[in-house]
Design a protein around this ligand. Structure first.
Ligand SMILES: *Cc1c(COP(=O)(O)O)cnc(C)c1O
Length: 433
């Protein structure tokens, strides 16, 4: 716990040139929602969380973003300079896919796979590392599923001069060794979860020594270590409001890129695990719907094997298995739900971001569940038409869009959130083929 303010270790801006197309602010959907998002609750008192509840785990700047209601929040220049290494990310028209599908629709994809870690996750990892360093924190702990988050945070910590310790879901740790190597290349330390290193991990192993792990278990371990170390904080790669906020660079860029070519999105498809890339792409569109009466539809595409939005209950639940996190109002399959070890490891989470859940309840977005074979089939179709091999998670968004485009009878505009590339997930494709 940080009691007194520690000196900042955040890097100063370098003075490098940042293209004007890189957003200057993050967009906060809370400012435009007709009803506020239900607050996170203290699990002991069931009262709304105050900043003091979160201070052991998060820097104050991120706690304030978690509850912020202003529409735009300025992006620190040192963060924009890092964004400029790969942003603005391209918005590409998938003409070969259109031709292959024989659709009259125009399909665009917003491609986040151009980041150094290969997905959208560095958009928040860099911001989180920056704000922690600015408050004198020298180490971040986290969980990771498929490994993209651990790799992204390891990269961000390297760029911000911090240490990074990661608990990776056992199933993915065994299936995807390249992610661990990526983390270690950036200087991160990666353990399989559950591990013998924490009380939570030891308890879970005692209960089931053969467990393949879950994100909920890994969160418990990372939170426990951060809570006990005064120089460490915890970092979450999805679900929380501030994470979704950081991802809105995606949708703001996409809106501007479509405007520039005179297009208006009729429907946006994003894959949803914890909800951050979907929110990042779609919230700026939803904001425009709410403010200006635009009518862009948004569809969350989740795996049929972990269907929180389409099958889960909407209620308060813990974010982790041990019940260490605040209570979040969300669509949940229950904190003890252990999803099957599907290839799209990044979508194996029992809950859903409270802001995405709330938007679904308000009817602002729809959700569909897609089975693994349908997702991979669409991923192959996309790869063979467009050249990019989508991340297994992203194939769910592709599958949703492909099915829609096949049914299309007009020249509507479809936007796909292509959240990452699958170059480190080729064994999953090989299994499918
Ligand atoms: C982690 C990940 C996801 C799922 O996380 P969200 O918070 O739902 O975005 C989706 N796609 C890729 C490529 C990922 O790495």
């Amino acid at each position: 716990m940080t009691d007194s303010p520690a000196p900042s270790t955040a890097p100063e801006p370098l003075g490098s040139v940042v293209p004007s197309a890189v957003p200057t602010h993050w967009y906060n959907l809370s400012a435009d929602l007709p009803e506020p998002v239900p607050p996170a609750l203290n699990p002991g008192t069931r009262e709304p969380l105050g900043p003091a509840d979160l201070a052991p785990l998060f820097p104050m700047a991120l706690i304030m973003q978690e509850v912020a209601t202003e529409r735009y929040i300025e992006i620190p220049q040192a963060v924009r300079e890092v964004y400029a290494l790969w942003r603005p990310s391209p918005l590409i028209r998938a003409m070969r896919l259109e031709r292959a599908l024989g659709t009259p629709a125009r399909i665009y994809y917003k491609y986040e796979g151009v980041s150094p870690a290969g997905s959208h996750k560095p958009n928040t990892a860099v911001a989180q590392a920056y704000y922690n360093a600015a408050e004198g924190v020298t180490k971040l702990t986290t969980e990771t599923g498929a490994g993209q988050w651990g790799a992204s945070l390891s990269m961000a910590c390297a760029l911000m001069g911090m240490e990074c310790e990661v608990w990776q879901v056992r199933a993915s740790y065994d299936q995807k060794p390249y992610r661990r190597m990526q983390m270690e290349t950036y200087g991160g330390v990666c353990h399989p979860s559950p591990s013998e290193l924490t009380e939570a991990g030891r308890a879970m192993l005692a209960k089931d020594p053969e467990t393949t792990g879950s994100l909920g278990m890994a969160i418990s371990e990372a939170v426990e270590v951060a809570a006990k170390d005064p120089k460490a904080h915890y970092s979450l790669g999805s679900v929380l409001n501030h994470v979704l906020l950081h991802q809105t660079v995606i949708g703001q860029e996409a809106l501007a890129q479509l405007d520039e070519i005179g297009e208006t999105a009729d429907i946006v498809f994003g894959c949803a695990g914890g909800g951050s890339n979907l929110a990042g792409l779609s919230f700026p569109f939803l904001g425009r719907n709410l403010r200006d009466g635009a009518t862009t539809k948004v569809v969350a595409c989740e795996p049929a094997s972990c269907p929180s939005l389409t099958q889960g209950e909407y209620r308060y639940d813990f974010g982790d298995v041990a019940g260490l996190t605040p209570l979040l109002k969300m669509h949940t399959l229950g904190k003890d739900f252990v999803p099957p070890p599907i290839h799209a490891g990044g979508l194996r989470y029992h809950g859903m971001a409270p802001m995405v859940s709330h938007a679904k309840e308000l009817g602002l977005l729809d959700a569909i569940a897609i089975d693994q074979d349908t997702a991979f089939a669409a991923g192959l179709e996309f790869a063979r038409a467009e050249g990019i091999i989508p991340a297994p998670e992203s194939t769910h968004a592709v599958a949703g869009a492909v099915a829609h485009a096949r049914r299309a009878t007009t020249d509507e505009v479809i936007v796909i959130g292509l959240s990452g590339n699958g170059v480190l997930d080729l064994p999953a494709y090989a299994d499918y083929v």
